[in-house]
Structure formats: structure tokens, C-alpha cells
Design a protein around this ligand. Structure first.
Ligand SMILES: Cc1cc2nc3c(=O)[nH]c(=O)nc-3n(C[C@H](O)[C@H](O)[C@H](O)COP(=O)(O)OP(=O)(O)OC[C@H]3O[C@@H](n4cnc5c(N)ncnc54)[C@H](O)[C@@H]3O)c2cc1C
Length: 546
């Protein structure tokens, strides 16, 4: 396809379309999607709220923000030249390094000329007469495009806690997602952190090194495991570079696209001694091995899950000196690995510091934020700074924040009121020409690995359509019903679907998100790819092309 075809993928030379495709979001997903659509010769524009590229790695600048994925498994694989040029400094890169990497990608492939920053999309309405989308930005500007591609992230709609008085606090306050670009000073300050999820675990560990006094307000402790980060020397980087093909192949074979593959044994197939030795080894190794590379039944068999939970609980009790504090840090309402496991670099030892206090808000709930600090049911804490590490309205939250309407003005939020319904996590019936990259009911995991597949699939579908003069791509009701059933069936028997977490769509700070839903495909990436490949091979089965 060449440039002249590109300006009119419908073959009619439409004057009323500003772009062939609009992509929302300039994170890992949006950048690669832009690169691929340009190769088709399409006129593409990314609209991005932020002032720079990177998405997650642009926004989350809090101290301690870094990968839990091995850096070299997170790299884009599409360009051998890029793989050759980029050297990772750390096994688990910090936010600044990852932001630099994504800027390097944007520059190398000259992506910025098609990215419009400071451009939050507030509405996108499908127009049947145009077979396209009207897109409205926050500042009122309107654009029209044939295809609307959402690359808006699964963790990009931050949520504040529902506590009265937030706006009355007189000190500094930050949500970890909206961390300022300017340096924030902590020396001598009294700091309160609300939240103990993966972000909080990273932030607390770093901030504890700098503050005068730190108070952590915890509702739900998480099962954390050591990250074991290290610098990558030149020799190691050379070895990594030489084995990229094997690294990516190994990621592709694993259910979560991580370098760690489940052990083929079941927990009870080995002796107690063998089990303990295996877990000690995993606990001493870098990354998600203890979660993703464990016995294959720890997330399906309750007895197995209880054993690994007991192992991690013993580690917490060994590392935290005060037994009462240790007990508070041991999760009681979910088993190990049934929520996203935060990786840590000295998190538990923070609670051995004399200037750190842990407040269990189940025992003493927060009543309000006051001008001076935080008031719980039994005390008032004075702070210079409050940090909200209160996470995200995950997976569908960013969609909910855009007024997306399909045929006959039907709102996407209404369509998904009882839970997402998609075809392959990419298409929604009634919303023609809207394609989602890493949408609900797609397979999550080590992101770029999943993103590259997802984007390639979306691009191939658009190419298929353009080559046939198709101007309308829509999921069929049968396809959506079948995929939604399949997604539900693939989640059966998995312990994490029985637990409240962002992965099951629960967020106590968001209306209508109090009950668990199946939000993502949990049948593993190899099976996900098999399904999507088969659909493409069958000439895009269950997709209406017109
Ligand atoms: C703290 C943190 C650590 C993480 N660590 C890992 C990890 O170790 N490994 C891993 O695989 N994943 C990790 N993730 C998940 C991470 O989100 C993905 O790895 C990846 O960065 C997602 O890329 P994306 O492009 O799909 O979405 P995002 O990076 O979220 O980008 C979406 C972009 O869309 C923009 N946007 C959204 N709505 C609009 C709108 N209405 N108008 C305009 N622009 C809009 C946003 O501003 C954002 O820039 C982490 C996430 C967080 C929050």
C-alpha cells in the first residue's frame, strides 16, 4: 500500500476524514501501533494527554518506580537495530531509564511528528453515515477518522480514596501516578502514605530512606517477594543481545509472556524438603520466578496455595522484628499470588526503622483528611506530605473516562455495565471501526510481548480490510458471545478470580466496581494467540467486514 491509497483507505477519497486512524495514547502500545500503521501508508495521529511519550513510564515518576519485568524481556523486539543499539543499565530498569528508552524509540522512528500531546480525548462518537469516528478533545477541537484505536492502558486511570477532606490538607500531597517532574524533597518531613499495593511497596521503600518520619496506612497487605535487582555490565549486555531470540521465544511460550515458566510439577508431588529447597531458591532469584515459575498448581489448588502462602508468611515474620507488626503485614484475606505480587527491595525491613509506623485501617479506620494531616478513629497524625498510592480504576476505567458511543449513540459504559463483552479483546459489537490494543478480555502479562502481538494482529486486520475496500469492521454478536463465554470458562478454577483486586475489576473507590467481574483472558498467551491466529486464518471469522 502506498501513500496515495493511504489517504483514502475506503477508496472513495473521503474529504470529511482528517485521518485514516486516530490512536489514543502514546505509551508502549500506541507508539508501536503508530509505527505499524505508518507502514501501511495510513494517515495516523496519536492524541495523548501527557506532554511526552511513555504512558505508564511518563506519568509514574514516584521514587522507586521501576520494572518488575526483566528489562531485556520488556524491550520491543520488532527492530533488530533497536535491540542492537539499546543497552539496559539495570536488570529491572527504573522509571527514568524506561522513559529514556521509549523516547529513544520515538526519536529513532521519527514518531513524534504524528503525536499530538496535551490532547486529552473526551469523546468519540461513531457516525454511520461516515463509517468513521468523530473525536473531541478537551479543548473542544474535533477530528474525524475512519478507525479509532484505543491504546489507553490498563493502569492509567488513577483513583483517589473516598475520604472526606482531601482538598482541605494544607501540606504537599501527590497521587503516585501524577508525580511531579520537579524533584520532591523528603528530608526531615513527616510523610503519610495511603496504600500498600505494588506502587506503594516501591515508593515506601525509597521514601523511608529520606524522610523524617513515615506513617503507612494499610487496608490490605500484599504478599511481596524480593526483586533482587542488579546493574547490567557490558559483558552481560553482550550476552543478552546475543540471546534475544531465545529470550523472546521463551517469553512467548509462557502463560504470562514472562521469562519464568511454571514448573511442571505439582506442589504435593515432591517431599517437604524438596519443596522448601525449591522455594528458597526461587525466593533468592530475581524477578517473578516465585510467582510465575512456581509449581503449576499454586494458583489453582487451595492446599498448594496455602503451603506457598505459609512459606512467604514465614519470610515476612523472619524479616520484621516486631511480631505484632509482622502479623499485620501477613495477608489474611487472600493467598500468595492471587493478587498481583509486588516485588520489593527491602520493603519489610522498612518496618524495623524507628521512624516508621504501620497503621492498620481495618482496626482504626481513616475518618478524614484534615488541614494538618490524617484523622483515624483513634488518633490524629500531623503530616507535611500525604502520598496517595491508591492505584487505578483498572482495565475499563480509562474507557469509562471517555464518552465513547457506538451505533445509535449507545454508550460503551452502558454496554459493559455487567462486565466487558468483546471479540478477542479487540472489537466490540455495535462499535464498528473501534479497535482496542490490550483491551478488556485480552491476555495481560509482560506488556510489550503481548502488545507486539496485539498490534500486529490489529494491523493485519486493517490491512486485510483496506486491501478489499472495506470501510466498516465490526464484531458479530455470535463472535462476542462465543469469546465472552470462552474468557469466562478459561477463568474457572483460578484462585485469583475469587479475590477482590484490580484484576477482577474491584475498586472500592469507584461507583459500580464493588463486585468481581472477569476482566481479562486468563487462558495464557500461547492459547490466546492460537485463537487469534485461527480467526485471521479463517478470513477473520465472526467479524463483519463491509
Ligand atoms: C507503576 C507501574 C509499574 C508497572 N510495571 C510493569 C512491569 O514491570 N511489567 C509490565 O509488563 N507491566 C508493568 N506495568 C503495566 C504498564 O502499564 C504496561 O507495562 C505498559 O506500560 C502499558 O502500556 P500502554 O501503552 O498499553 O498503556 P499506558 O502506558 O498506560 O499508556 C496509555 C496512554 O494513554 C493516554 N491516555 C489515556 N486516556 C487518554 C485520553 N482520553 N486522551 C488522550 N490520552 C489518553 C495516557 O495518558 C497514557 O499516556 C506497570 C504499571 C504501573 C502503573
Amino acid at each position: 500500500m502506498n501513500g496515495s491509497q493511504a489517504s483514502a483507505p475506503n477508496g472513495k477519497g473521503d474529504g470529511f476524514l482528517d485521518f485514516d486512524a486516530v490512536i489514543i495514547g502514546a505509551g508502549v502500545s500506541g507508539l508501536y501501533q503508530l509505527y505499524k500503521l505508518r507502514q501501511l501508508g495510513l494517515r495516523v495521529r496519536i492524541f495523548e494527554t501527557g506532554t511526552g511519550v511513555g504512558g505508564t513510564w511518563y506519568w509514574n515518576r514516584y521514587p522507586g518506580a521501576r520494572f518488575d519485568s526483566e528489562s531485556y524481556t520488556y524491550a520491543y523486539s520488532f527492530s533488530p537495530e533497536l535491540l542492537d543499539e539499546w543497552s539496559w543499565e539495570e536488570r529491572f530498569a527504573g522509571q527514568p531509564e524506561t522513559e529514556r528508552y521509549l523516547n529513544y524509540v520515538a526519536d529513532k522512528f521519527d514518531l513524534r511528528r504524528d503525536i499530538q500531546f496535551k490532547s486529552r480525548v473526551t469523546a468519540a462518537h461513531y457516525r454511520e453515515e461516515k463509517r468513521g469516528w468523530d473525536i473531541v478533545l478537551e479543548d473542544g477541537r474535533h477530528y474525524a477518522a475512519r478507525f479509532l484505536i484505543t491504546a489507553i492502558g490498563v493502569l492509567s486511570a488513577p483513583t483517589m480514596p473516598r475520604i472526606p477532606g482531601v482538598e482541605t490538607f494544607r501540606g504537599e500531597s501527590f497521587h503516585t501516578h501524577h508525580w511531579p517532574k520537579e524533584p520532591v524533597g523528603f528530608e526531615g518531613k513527616r510523610v503519610g502514605v495511603i496504600g500498600t499495593g505494588a506502587t506503594a511497596v516501591q515508593a515506601i521503600t525509597e521514601i523511608a530512606k529520606m524522610v523524617g518520619h513515615l506513617t503507612v496506612f494499610q487496608r490490605t497487605p500484599n504478599w511481596c517477594a524480593p526483586l533482587h535487582n542488579a546493574k547490567i555490565g557490558e559483558d552481560e549486555m553482550r550476552r543478552i543481545r546475543a540471546s534475544y531470540a531465545e529470550i523472546f521465544a521463551r517469553c512467548d511460550e509462557s502463560p504470562g509472556c514472562f521469562i519464568h515458566k511454571p514448573d511442571r510439577r505439582r506442589t504435593h508431588e515432591v517431599t517437604r524438603e524438596e519443596r522448601e529447597a525449591f522455594w528458597e531458591k526461587l525466593y533468592g532469584e530475581p524477578g517473578f520466578g516465585i510467582w510465575q515459575g512456581n509449581f503449576r498448581d499454586i494458583l489453582t489448588d487451595r492446599a498448594a496455595n496455602a503451603l506457598i502462602s505459609d512459606f512467604i508468611a514465614r519470610k515476612i515474620r523472619e524479616r520484621v522484628r516486631d511480631p505484632a507488626v509482622a502479623e499485620k503485614l501477613v495477608p489474611k484475606n487472600h493467598g500468595f499470588g492471587t493478587r498481583r505480587v509486588p516485588l520489593e527491595s527491602g520493603y519489610y525491613e522498612v518496618y524495623n526503622q524507628p521512624n516508621v509506623k504501620l497503621v492498620d485501617i481495618n482496626e482504626t479506620p481513616i475518618e478524614r483528611i484534615t488541614p494538618a494531616g490524617i484523622k483515624t478513629s483513634d488518633a490524629e497524625y500531623a503530616f507535611d506530605m500525604i502520598i496517595y498510592a491508591t492505584g487505578f480504576d483498572a482495565i475499563t476505567g480509562t474507557f469509562d473516562r471517555i464518552d465513547i458511543r457506538g451505533i445509535d449513540g449507545v454508550r460503551l459504559t452502558d454496554k459493559w455495565r455487567e462486565g466487558p463483552q468483546t471479540y478477542l479483546g479487540v472489537l466490540v459489537e455495535g462499535f464498528p471501526n473501534m479497535l482496542m490494543v490490550m483491551g478488556p478480555h485480552a491476555a495481560l502479562g509482560n506488556f510489550p510481548r503481548a502488545v507486539e502481538y496485539n498490534v500486529d494482529w490489529v494491523t493485519a486486520l486493517i490491512r486485510h480490510g483496506c486491501e478489499r475496500g472495506v470501510t466498516r469492521i465490526e464484531a458479530t454478536p455470535a463472535g462476542v458471545a462465543q469469546w465472552t463465554d470462552h474468557v469466562k470458562a478459561s477463568g474457572e478454577g483460578l484462585l485469583f478470580n475469587e479475590i477482590d483486586s484490580w484484576m477482577t475489576g474491584v475498586n472500592r473507590n469507584v461507583d459500580g466496581k464493588q463486585t468481581r467481574k472477569i476482566m481479562r483472558y486468563s487462558g495464557g498467551h500461547p492459547t490466546f494467540r492460537e485463537h487469534c491466529d485461527a480467526v485471521a486464518t479463517d478470513g477473520y471469522r465472526d467479524i463483519a467486514l463491509a
